[in-house]
Design a protein around this ligand. Structure first.
Ligand code: ZN
Length: 160
């Protein structure tokens, strides 16, 4: 079977930055799972999965614009510290979670005072070219319910 719209894809990945440094990896843990053709991956990454089979190994290089977008220098704001989730001290450069109406999202601390912090709300990987080393682990056809919901159910997917 080959990946097409409606395929449930399990895959391992290692994410590297432009200098080759590893940023994150699924290896050694559970593979990532997604439903192909339903906008669950970055479009340029998903396009590279089309037609692949289980066992395929390949690298996808994305420019910043295809990954987390360009860094916008105007995307900074001052927020109350109580809106941030973090451990230890708030130091410049630290990536912490900002509690927003749409859930938690990663932001970078510029400087912190006693009650408020200046943060950069660009995604921490904005402005960076990225490379994904991919290994396709397993493929299966989506169920009718998964296709209707647009996402995977069960292990690695939505539990509801
Ligand atoms: Zn669902």
């Amino acid at each position: 079977m080959n990946i097409e719209s409606g395929t449930v894809v399990s895959f391992h990945y290692t994410l590297r930055d432009a200098s080759g440094e590893e940023l994150e990896s699924s290896r050694g843990g559970e593979p990532s799972v997604y439903l192909h053709g339903h906008n669950n991956l970055m479009p340029a990454l998903e396009a590279a999965f089309v037609g692949r089979e289980a066992g395929d190994i390949f690298t996808v290089e994305l420019g910043a614009g295809e990954a987390y977008g360009q860094r916008d220098p105007l995307k900074t704001q001052r927020v109350p510290i109580k809106h941030l989730a973090f451990r230890g001290r708030l130091l410049p450069g630290a990536v912490v979670q900002l509690n927003t109406s749409e859930g938690m999202r990663p932001v970078t601390v510029i400087k912190a005072g006693r009650h408020s912090a200046d943060i950069d709300t660009n995604h921490p990987l904005a402005g960076q070219a990225l490379a994904f080393d991919i290994e396709i682990a397993e493929l299966r056809a989506a169920t009718a319910e998964e296709l209707a919901h647009g996402h995977v159910h069960g292990p690695g997917g939505h539990q509801h």
